[in-house]
Design a protein around this ligand. Structure first.
Ligand code: 5AD
Ligand code: SF4
Length: 440
């Protein structure tokens, strides 16, 4: 059997895509390896969201080239490939930039990878595909299977929002929803092969809509939750990412009514300043965002809220930044991701004249992260002495770890075999990033 090594960068959607690439390549006789030196095919699934992520791709490629040269000395050929959003953004330029690149495939075309690899092996002509064909992609991929107790499942891709800083509408294309039938069949396969938890993925997951199983009525996300919740053996449902004002009342009610739907929501605000939100082309203001949170907390008082933040967006004043800091105090986030604004080629914000100096961005990010960490720590400490049901998914030496309903990482020292099980854990220690406890 030939071996494939995949390095995955970026978001959860990329992790999902890499798994599907492995499914597709398995049909061609490729088996996954974690050891680059053993790989006949080395592939990077790339992220274009910020400059730093994009730059990392090229340093990683350099490392692969060294291994390729070393393998060549041992008489072994190695293919080098790129997948994902950087390919979509660069197009043919990827080949002129990276002379030793053999195949390149965009995020909507990776179902074609086996065919491209076969062609390359035969002709040694470099292969590139970067067209938008979401429906074709999902139709032609082979069946997937669980690779652990918690699995990602993409239900929607792309984005029509065009936030002024973001490359996703250009790299992932316009909004596309998979059918309920397809999603349910994939969810069942995942559960049959061992998954206990499914994380439904979409760049704008609340936009998901599709023809229901009756073939007549259109379903929305809440209805999909209901149907997935009926799958025997599935314990937990999660979803991400929500656009704050697209979340519907029935999804909010689902947090109250569907037991398997976990009390956690990722609701990126990006900025706490109305002026900045407007310049970002976000379709809400701060008070509308807070209203959504109020509704969610009314439906499910213990719901954990997480968010993304961007500091140093063009024109962001000190006052705008302080408004973002104030939001953190108001909402009390359970988790968060925060970034310095990164100007991306082709986006409207990259052309704005009032760009913020790097040093100011760095200072604001460090202040914001300090506040976010303390909010996270406070959230975690509120569970000290309490009991949380934890789904265990990883083990290392004498420790097992898993996740609470609120997506807190929980560690337990034990030699008991707990993988794939949900156990009640008494929380004895809490930090900003994790909890530890004992089985009761
Ligand atoms: N610069 C910095 N952060 C960005 N994000 C998206 N585009 C940019 C950018 N140009 C962040 C947003 C988004 C998360 C996935 O990445 O916060 O929610
Ligand atoms: Fe990166 Fe966004 Fe593409 Fe995901 S969708 S790989 S985060 S650019």
């Amino acid at each position: 059997m030939k071996k494939i090594y995949i390095k995955t960068m970026g978001c959860q959607m990329n992790v999902y895509d890499s798994n599907r690439i492995l499914d597709a390549m398995a049909a061609l006789g490729y088996e996954e390896t974690q050891d680059m030196t053993q790989a006949d095919f080395m592939l990077i699934n790339t992220c274009h969201i910020r400059e730093k992520a994009s730059d990392k791709v090229f340093s990683e490629l350099g490392r692969m080239k060294e291994i390729k040269d070393q393998r060549l000395k041992e008489g072994k050929a190695t293919m080098i490939g790129l997948a994902g959003c950087v390919v979509q953004a660069l197009g043919e330029e990827a080949f002129s930039k990276v002379k030793y690149l053999d195949v390149a495939v965009g995020p909507q075309s990776y179902h074609l990878l086996p065919e491209m690899v076969t062609k390359f092996e035969r002709t040694h002509n470099r292969q590139m595909k970067a067209t938008f064909t979401s429906d074709e992609k999902f139709d032609s991929l082979p069946k997937t299977q669980a690779r652990g107790y918690s699995s990602f499942l993409a239900i929607q891709e792309g984005c029509d929002n065009f936030c002024s800083y973001c490359v996703v509408p250009y790299t992932r294309g316009c909004e596309y929803s998979r059918s309920a039938k397809e999603i349910l069949s994939e969810a069942k396969q995942l559960v049959e092969t061992g998954t206990k938890e499914i994380m439904l993925l979409g760049q704008n997951v609340d936009c998901w809509h599709g023809l229901g199983l009756d073939g007549v009525h259109e379903w929305g996300l809440a209805r999909l939750f209901e149907e997935i919740a009926k799958i025997d053996g599935l314990e937990r449902i999660r979803y991400t990412t929500s656009y704050p004002v697209d979340i519907t009342d029935d999804v909010i009610a689902a947090h109250r009514d569907i037991e398997k739907l976990m009390p956690y929501i990722h609701l990126p605000i990006q900025s706490g300043s109305d002026a900045v939100l407007k310049a970002m082309n976000r379709r809400y203001n701060v008070s509308q965002y807070l209203e959504v949170i109020e509704k969610l907390r009314k439906a499910r008082p213990d719901i954990a809220i997480s968010s993304d933040f961007i500091v140093g967006f063009p024109g962001e004043t000190e006052k705008d930044f302080l408004d973002t800091m104030a939001i953190v105090d108001k909402v009390q986030y359970a988790q968060s991701y925060s970034f310095k604004y990164s100007a991306r080629p082709g986006t409207p914000a990259s052309l704005m004249r009032n760009q913020i100096p790097e040093s100011v961005k760095a200072e604001r990010l460090s202040q914001l992260q300090e506040k976010l960490l303390s909010s996270q720590k406070k959230f975690n400490e509120s569970f000290l002495g309490k009991i949380l049901p934890v789904l265990f998914i990883e083990t290392e030496k004498e420790q097992v770890s898993g996740y609470s309903p609120y997506l807190q990482n929980v560690h337990v020292k034990t030699s008991e075999k707990l993988l794939g099980q949900i156990k009640d854990i008494k929380i004895t220690r809490a930090s900003a990033s994790s909890l530890s406890g004992e089985i009761i």
